[in-house]
Design a protein around this ligand. Structure first.
Ligand SMILES: [Zn+2]
Length: 199
């Protein structure tokens, strides 16, 4: 679930020589109220601003449109705090990507080792291109001989490699087909779509 919305941030733009009619302080601040787009309560970017005059001493607010100040000429320097999300979210997504890539590389290395002496009850996770949304299937080895590997395919396909690995690690009754699908060892060794082997 993505939580988004906006919050209002206050920023003092500058002070002007207009006196406060309430407490007679000599200057007022032009205050910008910036609407900032938030993602998971983290500000990402400001998208609109409204201005008012505020007394720094008593806090009384004045309508800026009743003065000669042209709000279009007001420029408040953008605050980095209003853009934190634009820094944080790409970093998070980047590290998630790097970690999942590292994990997948480790699965591959492990698979290469197990593949050399494939055994009964090993579960081979294959990436197929039959269903782009659910590309992973599990092949459970039931028997091996010098030339042939025998096994059964999972009845289901999985969305992610981790889900397929989980299903392979903790198999439930009826997860696999009953019809065996043999493959020659020679062919098995040339398969390029083995993504993991669970032992
Ligand atoms: Zn005042």
């Amino acid at each position: 679930m993505i939580v988004w919305g906006y919050s209002t941030k206050t920023q003092i733009v500058k002070s002007v020589d207009i006196g406060c009619s309430h407490c007679h302080h000599k200057t007022l601040n032009i205050v910008a109220y910036k609407k900032v787009f938030d993602l998971f309560w983290i500000p990402c970017f400001p998208f609109s601003a409204q201005h008012a005059l505020a007394c720094p001493t008593c806090g009384t607010h004045y309508d800026i449109s009743s003065t000669t100040i042209d709000v279009k000429t007001l420029k408040s320097s953008p605050s980095w705090k209003h853009f934190i999300g634009l820094i944080i979210f790409p970093l998070i997504l980047g590290s998630v990507h790097v970690f999942s890539k590292m994990k997948e590389d480790n699965y591959l290395k492990e698979a290469e080792i197990y593949r050399q002496n494939i055994q009964a009850d090993d579960k081979v996770i294959l990436e197929t291109d039959e269903d782009k949304k659910f590309p992973y299937v599990v092949y459970k080895v039931t028997n091996t001989s010098d030339l042939t590997i025998t096994g059964v395919f999972s009845k289901y396909a999985y969305k992610t490699l981790d889900r397929a690995r989980n299903a392979a690690k903790y198999p439930k009754d009826g997860d696999f087909e009953t019809t065996e699908s043999p493959i020659s060892k020679e062919e098995f060794n040339t398969l390029s779509n083995i993504k993991a082997i669970v032992r």
